[in-house]
Every structure is written in C-alpha cells, then in structure tokens.
Ligand binder design. Structure first.
Ligand code: HEM
Length: 443
C-alpha cells in the first residue's frame, strides 16, 4: 500500500498544546482538526494518540474492525465509579451481559415504559406550579434519574435523586481530572481529591445497594431489568451474576441512563429558548397534536416530527457523549496509516458533528438537516450521538422516546426561556454539561 504520512504532533509542539487541552478541551479538538485535517497523530508522555474526524475511518474503528479494539485506558478511570458493567466490560463478559440486558431495551419494552415516562414527567411539571424560575439542568437530572430507577429497577428514587445528583457531580469531576492528568495518583493514597471521589462513590453505592437489597430481601419477582440481573442463570454453568457484578450493572445503567438524556434535554430547552421561530413551531406542533391535559401516549409522540428533528439537531450541536475512545489490541491500518498495537484512537463526536466538511454552516441550529431526504445524503457515521457498531448505546430508543415524552409534557404547558444574564458555557466532563446549570423562566 502506498502509505501517506498523516500530520504528527510530538515533543515540545505537543507539550505546548496541553494547556489548551486542559482549559478548552473541545476548542482544542475542533481547532486541531481544522489545522491538521481529519486524521492526525499526537504523542504526549509516551502515549500515541490518533484523532479521527472522517466518518469512513470512524466506521472502520467502531464497526468494521471493532474486534481489534477495546474501550480506551480512560474507561479504567470510569471504573472507579461504575466498576465493570456493560459500558466498561469487554469480550465474552460484555457479550453475555449485552445479550442478557438487551430484552429491557427492545422496541416493545420501551413502549411499555411510556406510562412511566409520562407519569414522572407530569409529576415534575406539577412540582413547578407556582414557581417562576427553575434550574432546568437540575430538574432534568432528577427527572431522568427517577425514570431510569422506575423503568429498569421498579424503584421510587425521589429522595435519592438529590444524593445522586450531588455525588455524581463530584465523582464526574474527579474522574475527568484523573483522565486529563498525565500522573494518576493511585486511589489507595488518601489525597484530598481521592478521598472526595471515594466518598462520592460510597454515597452513590449506598443508593444502589439499597435498591438491590430491598428487592432481594422482599423476595418479590417483578418483570424488570433488576430481576433479570439478580435471577439470570447461565444456561451451561447455571452460574448467576455475583453481587459485585449486579452492583456494577445497576450503577452503570443508573448513571449511563440518566446523565446523558438529562443533558440532551437541557441543551434542547436552551436551543429552543434561543430560537424563537423554531420554538413557536415546536410548541404549535405539540399543542395541536397532544391533548391539553391527561395522558400522552406513544402514538401521540409519533405525531411530532419537528420536535423529533429538534432533539436530533440538539444532540448534533451538543452531543451528550462528546468523545468516544478506543485502544488498538493488535497493530492496524486505519485508512492508509499503520497504527501500532495499544495506541489510543480518539473520536471527538463534538468535532465530527461540527465539521464543515460534513455539515453546511455547522454552527447553525437547523432541525431540517434531519428531514429524511437530507439524512439520506449523509454518511451514517457523520452523526453519532449514540456511537456505532456493536457497542452502540443500548438505551438509544429508550432515551429518544423518554426525551420526546418530556418535551411534549413540558411544552404543552410551559415555554421555558433562559433567565436573562444567566451564563451558558459547555463543560466537557464525561458528558457535555452546561457548566453553570440552566436557569430558566417558566413562561
Ligand atoms: C441521549 C441519551 C444518551 C446518549 C447520547 C448516549 C450515548 C451513548 C454512547 C455514545 C455510547 C457508546 C460509548 C462508546 O462506544 O464508547 C453509549 C453506550 C451505552 N449507553 Fe447510552 N446514551 C444515552 C442514553 C442511555 C440510556 C437511557 C441508557 C440506559 C437506560 C444508556 C445506557 C448505555 C449503556 C449501558 C452503554 C454501553 C453499551 C455497551 O457497551 O454495550 N444510554 N451511550
């Protein structure tokens, strides 16, 4: 093969760029792709990183040759919080547990969850009565947490939502700092940062262990994901999941299943607040097609194509999972470039979704990009909010239906607008959060 060298940033040149990587992580990725093109090499502290923005190359890594890739070393840091659940496990263990948990996310299961999505959304909307201003980021975090708790574990987590919200913020910040830092102080050394992170994990564990022990002690059999995790037995060996494996799966689903959807919703409300013309059309669509009061069903949600496109466009501009990373197992050739074994491959979803090569006027909020005729013109790895290949988000339909229900439930009553003067800034932790929350007036 005629191998074309890709741009390579190493030594002092790479080191000088680390300050930007820390202070403006997303800006760093976006600007480097503009400078060096859709694939380049970056070497820092002995680690070879390959950064990709080309959809064909991304498909190669996530799908076509996925068996040569594991989740990146950075997911090891995430394991401090969530252990080895579906998000972080590999190989045979991942395959077995993906099969086991898949049933809870089938189309028919998600349809079965819509009454829960509806009831919880209506409860929160009810709690807003008499209030003029809310922090939408906080409200969405608690709402999506309650939903995932009820839908997957039949648990009422109203009180615990506050504990998790608080501890999760601390833990995500701690883990992100460890990911960004070249020197990772082992967790057994009691530095203030390690102690804070450990306490946050302990507090979240308290909630998780309560969910599991309440169910086991009650002896109750309910048809949900928790029942599957507790009682599933391997057909050949008769073995079930260990208590630690159950804990890791429950915490993985609780965290992966609420933080992401919450951010998607918060950014959607923000974008609607910023774009009066589209907001008016979305509200009109919802109020025309959804009953003014009472139940909202799955078939009602199907009457809201514009709202769906707004949600898609919001996840383009603000992808909740803004980066996906892998490590090569054996050496590989990506495009025309040879990659050594154990290199880091970094796919910055945010940069892909903002690439001027893939999107006309990429910073513009334009939901019509998701009209079927426009979607057909795009590479299917140009839009990857849920990742791709076999490790694609298991909860994508769950999240989309849930978010549609919440948008319908809120917007049939309220027209939330960002409070004048509230500072809006992206904070790329493990997910893309609004740094100062999202204060909104309930119009
Ligand atoms: C808008 C909301 C969501 C977004 C943007 C999102 C995004 C993602 C992405 C990008 C991945 C792949 C990560 C990688 O390849 O390294 C992923 C995996 C995963 N997501 Fe989601 N997610 C969302 C909602 C949910 C929900 C609601 C659940 C569960 C209730 C969930 C559970 C998971 C799990 C367990 C995995 C790991 C799957 C595996 O490796 O087999 N996610 N998600």
């Amino acid at each position: 093969m005629n191998q074309q060298p890709i741009p390579s940033i190493t030594g002092w040149k790479a080191f000088r760029k680390t300050s930007m990587l820390k202070t403006d992580t997303i800006g760093f990725f976006v600007s480097q792709f503009e400078e060096f093109g859709d694939m380049f090499h970056f070497k820092l502290f002995g680690l070879d990183m390959y950064l990709l923005r080309d959809p064909a190359l991304i498909r190669y890594v996530l799908q076509e040759n996925n068996s040569n890739y594991t989740k990146s070393v950075f997911y090891k840091e995430l394991e401090i919080m969530i252990g080895k659940g579906l998000l972080t496990s590999e190989g045979a263990e991942w395959k077995k547990n993906r099969r086991l948990t898949q049933t809870a996310f089938k189309k028919s299961s998600v349809e079965g969850f819509t009454p829960i999505f509806f009831e919880e959304a209506e409860t929160i909307v009810g709690e807003w009565k008499g209030k003029t201003e809310i922090d939408m980021a906080k409200e969405m975090m608690q709402l999506t947490f309650r939903i995932v708790g009820r839908a997957l574990f039949s648990a009422k987590l109203d009180k615990d939502a506050h504990i998790v919200d608080h501890s999760l913020g601390i833990a995500l910040e701690g883990v992100t700092k460890r990911i960004q830092s070249p020197i990772k102080i082992p967790m057994y050394i009691p530095t203030p940062a390690n102690l804070r992170l450990k306490k946050a994990v302990r507090d979240m564990d308290g909630v998780v262990n309560k969910i599991i022990s309440n169910r086991i002690n009650s002896g109750e059999r309910v048809k949900d994901l928790l029942d599957t995790l507790i009682y599933a037995r391997d057909e050949e060996t008769g073995e079930g999941l260990s208590p630690k494996q159950i804990r890791d799966e429950v915490i993985t689903f609780l965290l992966a299943g609420h933080e992401t959807t919450s951010n998607a919703l918060t950014w959607t409300f923000y974008l609607l607040s910023e774009h009066q013309d589209i907001r008016k059309k979305v509200i009109e669509e919802i109020r025309k097609n959804i009953p003014t009061t009472g139940n909202i069903s799955m078939s009602d949600l199907e009457k809201l194509p514009l709202t769906g496109r707004v949600l898609q466009e919001s996840m383009r501009l603000y992808p909740p999972v803004w980066i996906i990373e892998r490590n090569t197992i054996g050496e590989d050739t990506i495009g025309e470039t040879k990659i050594a074994a154990n290199s880091l491959v970094s796919i910055c979803t945010y940069a892909v979704h903002h690439s001027p090569k893939l999107w006309d006027d990429p910073e513009k909020f334009d939901p019509d990009r998701f009209l079927p005729e426009n979607e057909a013109k795009r590479h299917n790895f140009a839009y990857i909010p849920f990742g791709g290949g076999p490790r694609i988000c298991i909860g994508n339909n769950f999240a989309f239906t849930e978010a549609m229900m919440i948008l319908a439930s809120v917007l049939r009553v309220y027209e939330p607008l960002v409070t004048p003067g509230h500072k809006v800034e992206k904070e790329p932790l493990v997910t893309l959060r609004p740094k100062y929350g999202m204060k909104m007036k309930l119009g």
